[in-house]
Each structure stands twice: as C-alpha cells, then as structure tokens.
Design a protein around this ligand. Structure first.
Ligand code: PMP
Length: 416
C-alpha cells in the first residue's frame, strides 16, 4: 500500500537473505550499524582491484586514478549534506570527528576554550558527544553544562535558553538522539547559540540515514556523521565545517600529507580539509561511502521518508499498545525517525534481546552508549528497535508479536 518498492530495495542487500536458526533475519539494529547494499561492497572491491594506490603522491597512472576517485568521493559525500568538498574532512567515524573538534578547540587559535568558558551539551548525548567535551573541560578549566531532557523525551528549551549565556563557547547536540529517535530543534538551538556567539556542533549520526541534510542551511558550524550508519563501510566518516570555522581550527592530529613545509623545528599546514587529514587515508572506504550515498540518492527520497514514517508510527503505536511496555521519549509532538527504545517492565533488556533473537529479530540492548540518558529515566538498560529504508511493515509486526510474548514467557505481569 506504500508508494515505495521495498522489495526492490531489499534485493540490494545480500545480508537480508540470512536466516537465524531457520527464521528470516529481521534486522532492527540499523541505528547501531546499517547493512550495506551490494553496490557499496562492489565499489570497495573494484577500487582495490583496479585503482588501489597512494593518493596525492606518486606520479604514476594508478595514483592519479586513485586520487581522482578519492576526491570525487569527497564531492559526492559533501553534496549528500549540501556542502562543498573543501568543507568535508574525512575521519574514521563520528567519534573521531568529535574528538578532532574538541581536541582542536583545546590548545590554541582564535576559538580556543579557556578557563571559565562554558560548553553546553544535552542530557541525551551518545558518549561520543559527551566524553570529548568532559575531557576538554578538564584540560582547560571550562565548565560543562547540560540541557535537560523532559519526561516526554524533548529537550527542555526553557532551560536551554537560561543555560546558554555569555560564557557559552560551544553548544553540542545530537540532531536525532540514538535512544529517543526524536529530531531535536536545530534552528532554535542555533539561534540561542548564535545569540551569544557560541559555536554549534551537530552530531548527525542518526539523522544522516533518514533525513535530507543541508548542513550549511541548518545554521550549525560543525557536524559529524559515520559512514557505517548510512549504508556505507566501517572506518570512514566525515566532519563538516563552515569555511571560516575550519580555517580557524588548528590541526588536532599531525603527520604526513597535511603540510606545506616542514623543517626539523616546525611545520606549516595545508588549508582545510587536508590540515585535518594526516597520514594514509581510508581511501577505499571513502569511495565506497560515496557509492552508498549515491545509491541512497537514486531512490525517491520523499517516498522513502514516507515509508520510514509509516514504520515509525507502526512501531511506536504498536509498542505502546502492549501491556507493560514503557517507551523512552513517549510523545506525539516530536518529529521522529523510526528508532524507539523501550523497557519491558519486569524483564531485563538482555533477556528481551535473547528472546527476540530466538525469533530472528535483531535489536540492540543495553545503554546504547547513553548512560546519563538512561539514568535520567531511572533505568540502566533498554531495548532499542531501529528501522532502515529496507525495513518492512511485516518485520515491525514480527517484532511487535514477539514483544507481546515476552512478559508471559518470563512469567511477569497480570497474564502470568
Ligand atoms: N553519535 C550518535 C548519536 C551515535 O548513534 C553514534 C553511534 N552509535 C555515535 C555518535 C558514534 O559513532 P561511531 O561509533 O560510528 O564513531
């Protein structure tokens, strides 16, 4: 009934043919890592078989070809987020990108964080967008503050308006929480940050696979995402930054391929993005990530988004209708992606995970690298189901059927 050919999409993913103990795999863990379409695997292999060599160096034909493919990949991936290639720095993933930003801000330059400055994050951070800021605060004497999450999962914007003030130098936040699935109000947070001249850093890990991104238009100054969550390979991600912000950041890690002149005493650096890309780069992964976003872009994205929105509704409303289920971030007011964490009351998340696995359903259990957020909801672990472009309504129903049986199986609740 959906204006979207999910069967054709599924046929692109070899792994979706997998059976778990004789049952078809129902992969609802794309929030942790996405599966990869065949064209992505082929792009990486083809590069390695036909063009592999060191980029930006050798005078030989293969090196020129590899360099061209690598830099074309940058153009493609930059375009995926509405940006120019010079604004896109390759990283090994979002974690590396966030450490790069927090690291560069820590030691010199016009944007240097100093004692007495304030860094604002949210209570809904993945640890990757929290711990680098904790370390930066510890190194510099800055103060780390956080925007609280309300009971319904939304950020407390009144608190944000009070917190973000003259001392605030950085406001870092997730576009979409990897636990709540809620799309945060980027424009409002950017307005608050800009009002006090603070930099904004967007963790776009969980939005990049699901929403159309235009990072320059979003108003943020810097943003990161991971390749392996947007149908691309491991070991590659990107940091995007405004020209003037990247220009103002000193290098974080240093080494070969990022310099103009080096003497025994000092080095002069290339402009961004090369300034932030020391050492041998993940070339085949960049090429394959470009193939991934090209593959994604071949689809009718409006239809794909409508498909995912229908999955989101089915998932959330279905879970909500099951006795003894508590959703993390239970609100209809927010824009969302098809990702939902929940608790089956009386049953440990790990037991739920095993129960679902025995039915072929793959979900994530634990704290999802968001301990403070779980603590805020008075729990230590939850179950998280997350869909992708290839997920079907039947798969959501398989999950819901299975979840309906959990409490009975473990002898918990009224029916037991
Ligand atoms: N931020 C968010 C919101 C995430 O979901 C993740 C991945 N779980 C990360 C950051 C870290 O990404 P990576 O592990 O790919 O570096």
């Amino acid at each position: 009934s959906l204006p979207f050919d999910v069967a054709a999409v599924r046929a692109d993913f070899p792994i979706l043919e997998t059976e778990i103990d004789g049952r078809p795999l129902v992969y609802l863990d794309s929030g942790a890592t996405s599966q990869k379409p065949r064209v992505v695997l082929e792009a990486e292999r083809e590069f390695l078989e036909q063009a592999n060599s060191a980029v930006h160096r050798g005078a030989h034909t293969l090196a020129a070809e590899a360099t061209e493919l690598f830099e074309d990949a940058r153009v493609t991936v930059a375009d995926f987020v509405g940006a120019e290639p010079e604004q896109l720095v390759w990283t090994s993933g979002a974690t590396a990108g966030l450490n790069l930003v927090a690291g560069s801000l820590g030691y010199r330059g016009d944007l240097q964080i100093r004692e007495g400055d304030e860094i604002v994050v949210t209570e809904a951070e993945h640890h990757a967008n929290l711990i680098p800021w904790q370390e930066l605060a510890a190194r510099t004497g800055a103060r780390l503050r956080h925007i609280p999450v309300r009971e319904d999962g939304m950020l407390d914007l009144h608190a944000a308006a009070e917190l973000i003030g003259e001392r605030t130098k950085v406001v870092a936040f997730p576009h979409v929480s990897n636990v709540l699935g809620i799309v945060n109000p980027v424009a409002k947070l950017v307005t608050l940050a800009r009002g006090v001249g603070a930099l904004t850093v967007l963790d776009a890990c969980q939005s990049a696979p699901h929403l159309r991104l235009d990072l320059p238009a979003s108003g943020v100054d810097l943003a990161v995402f991971s390749g392996h969550k947007v149908y691309g390979p491991y070991g590659i991600g990107a940091l995007w930054g405004r020209d003037e912000v990247l220009e103002a950041l000193p290098p974080f890690t240093t080494g070969g391929s990022m310099i103009t002149t080096v003497t025994l005493d000092r080095a002069e650096y290339l402009p961004p993005p090369q300034r932030f890309e020391p050492g041998t780069q993940p070339v085949s992964q960049a090429v394959a990530l470009a193939a991934a976003v090209r593959w994604l872009g071949e689809h009718d994205l409006d239809a794909a988004h409508a498909h995912e929105a229908a999955l989101e509704k089915r998932l959330r409303e279905g879970l909500r209708s099951i006795d003894g289920i508590r959703l993390l971030g239970d609100t209809d007011a927010a824009e969302r992606v098809a990702l939902q964490a929940f608790e089956v009351q009386g049953v440990h998340a790990h037991d739920v995970g095993q129960f679902l696995d025995a039915r072929g359903v793959a979900v994530r259990v634990g704290h999802h690298c968001a301990q403070p957020l779980h603590r805020r909801f008075g729990m230590t672990a939850s179950v998280r189901a997350s869909a992708a472009i290839h997920t079907t309504e039947d798969e959501i129903d398989t999950l819901l059927d299975a979840v309906s049986g959990v409490r009975g199986f473990f002898g918990v609740g009224a029916a037991a």
